[in-house]
Write a protein that binds this ligand. Structure first.
Ligand SMILES: [Zn+2]
Length: 341
């Protein structure tokens, strides 16, 4: 045990953490949903801090334009298109082999979120969209699990701690669901890499406080990292809130998510089609079907298919990313034409 604790000496020396706090971290479980810019930094901080179990959940694979800010990934990951959750866990196992790192290559949806967060002490938001954040909010309120919201766009970021029953929730803060196309995305606005690091480090700090049972920040934070303007925001817990007040879980109940869904992916001209089949597909069979009409290859994790200007990346559960179009309907028709489950 002494050797094991040696690794964490600099945290144990802090009165804010100490030996008791370190023991709590070692016996804690966290799910990090989304392992892009924010998730990479949070996963790194928590793995080095010795959080006992870290589930890293991401639906995507590494691309070259991720390397500007997503600190866990390297050029080779982008060349090989390694799933982010797999790459993150491989890197972090070399950093800390004494903790349990669990990669989950899945698109978080109302169908799987309850299983993904089951038994965790906290959830970290590393996502890039409001729909998934509202889903996390519903699930965490339902099961009384603390979660830490985080978002960065341009040179600014926000973060907020949500402790069910104790603080306001995300729907107390954002009452009306934003319409599609209104919010800026990293594709339209760009993203400052240091802003990602700052917000993710604040999220990590709050997670460490929550896991060790210390006093956590009650206000939300807005931080313009470029201009150095730090603004705390008081958020009132509303008894009329649909999620934490009235316990109506619209996102968890799938009101806004059809089971076969499509999403225009942030940062590139691509659409994801998610058939949520609930069973694995055979790449061998699909390969046979496609090999005479385009270029097709597959590995353990995914099948790639090129046809004209389109590229299809198919995962084991049937989820498919179609590159070369930003139009959902076009993507759905391409999916139906070539994959067609
Ligand atoms: Zn609420």
């Amino acid at each position: 045990m002494r050797g094991k604790m040696n690794r964490y000496e600099k945290h144990i020396l802090l009165k804010e953490i100490g030996k008791k706090g370190q023991e709590k971290l070692l016996s804690s479980r966290v799910a990090i949903i989304g392992c892009g810019g924010l998730g990479s930094v949070i996963a790194t901080n928590l793995a080095r801090a010795g959080v006992g179990e870290i589930r890293i959940v991401d639906r995507d694979y590494v691309e070259i334009d991720n390397l500007q800010r997503q600190i866990l990934f390297e050029e080779e990951d982008a060349e090989k298109r390694v799933p982010k959750a797999i790459s993150a866990v491989e890197k972090l196992r070399k950093v800390n082999s004494e903790i349990n790192l669990v990669p989950i290559v899945e698109d978080v949806s109302p169908l799987n979120i309850e299983k993904i967060i089951k038994g965790v002490d906290a959830v970290a938001d590393g996502t890039d969209n409001m729909e998934t954040r509202f889903l996390i909010n519903d699930a965490c309120i339902k099961y009384s699990i603390p979660w830490v919201y985080g978002a960065v766009i341009g040179v600014e970021g926000m973060t907020m701690n949500i402790l069910p029953g104790k603080t306001a929730c995300l729907r107390c803060f954002i009452k009306n669901i934003p319409s599609p196309g209104i919010l800026p995305t990293c594709e339209t606005a760009g993203i400052l890499n240091t802003a990602v690091n700052v917000i993710a480090s604040i999220q990590s700090t709050e997670l460490i406080k929550i896991l060790t049972g210390k006093k956590f920040r009650r206000e939300a934070i807005h931080f313009d990292v470029w201009h150095g303007i730090f603004t705390p925001i008081k958020v009132k817990k509303l008894s009329s809130c649909i999620s934490c007040g009235r316990k109506i879980f619209e996102f968890l109940d799938g009101k806004y998510t059809k089971y076969t869904d499509s999403t225009v992916l942030c940062g590139r001209k691509a659409v994801q089609i998610n058939p949520n089949l609930g069973k694995e597909i055979s790449f061998e069979v699909l390969y046979e079907k496609l090999k005479d009409i385009g270029n097709v290859e597959f590995n353990e994790y995914m099948l790639r298919f090129h046809k004209d200007k389109y590229e299809f990346i198919v995962f084991k559960n049937g989820r498919t990313i179609i590159k070369g179009t930003g139009d959902k309907n076009r993507a759905k028709s391409l999916y139906a034409r070539y994959i067609g489950f």
